[in-house]
Ligand binder design. Structure first.
Ligand SMILES: OCN(O)CCCc1ccccc1
Ligand code: NI
Length: 184
């Protein structure tokens, strides 16, 4: 299982590389990695396991965060009242269309690879249509909004060597984002 010691932190070169696409069929190791990423998220959202292993809760985790420069990430967002739960492995993911409208978490974003608070609004597309492959090489498309859309964009950034705070202007961290509606 993935533990906090396996997650590389800000400053590690792996976090600034553009990750490589993977080819199908996945190797045994690549399949195992995809499962391990998703398992980490589930473990981190289970109070008992989270406490027992000293995990930081997360709703997404990308392969470069465990020092594997491949275009693989997992998302696991439990159902919030009245909202869609989402649990997926995304391989070679792409945003194929997006809204003009933007959104942002009014509480800002964090990252398992960043051991400090970085305040500020992180602009994200409010709605996105994505396509990706599952671990068996089946292509799927989804339309996402709300927290799933925000999380998908956060993880896709990791595959491109982008950290959430790259989107924050330190001189004006809370500057108004044009054409945006805050999420939450
Ligand atoms: O890359 C995963 N990550 O570091 C865990 C947190 C992901 C995250 C996603 C959306 C908004 C805030 C934080
Ligand atoms: Ni992150």
């Amino acid at each position: 299982m993935i533990l906090m010691k396996d997650i590389v932190r800000e400053g590690h070169p792996m976090l600034r590389k553009v990750a490589e696409e993977v080819t199908f069929p996945l190797s045994t190791e690549e399949k195992q990695l995809a499962h391990d990423l998703l398992e980490y998220l589930k473990n981190s959202q289970n109070d008992e396991v989270c406490l027992q292993y000293g995990l930081r809760p997360g709703i997404g985790l990308a392969a470069p965060q465990v020092a594997v420069s491949k275009r693989i990430f997992a998302l696991h967002i439990d159902e919030e009242e009245g909202k869609e739960p989402l649990s997926l492995i995304a391989i070679n993911p792409k945003i194929i269309s997006h809204s003009v409208e933007k959104t942002y978490l009014s509480s800002g974003e964090g990252c398992l690879s960043v051991d400090r608070d970085v305040d500020g609004y992180v602009p994200r597309y409010a709605r996105i249509t994505i396509k990706a492959f599952d671990e068996d090489g089946n292509e799927y498309k989804k339309r996402l909004k709300g927290l799933p859309a925000i999380a998908f964009q956060h993880e896709l950034d990791h595959l491109n060597g982008i950290m959430f705070f790259d989107h924050i202007d330190p001189k004006a961290p809370y500057k108004e984002i044009p054409n945006s509606t805050p999420y939450d």
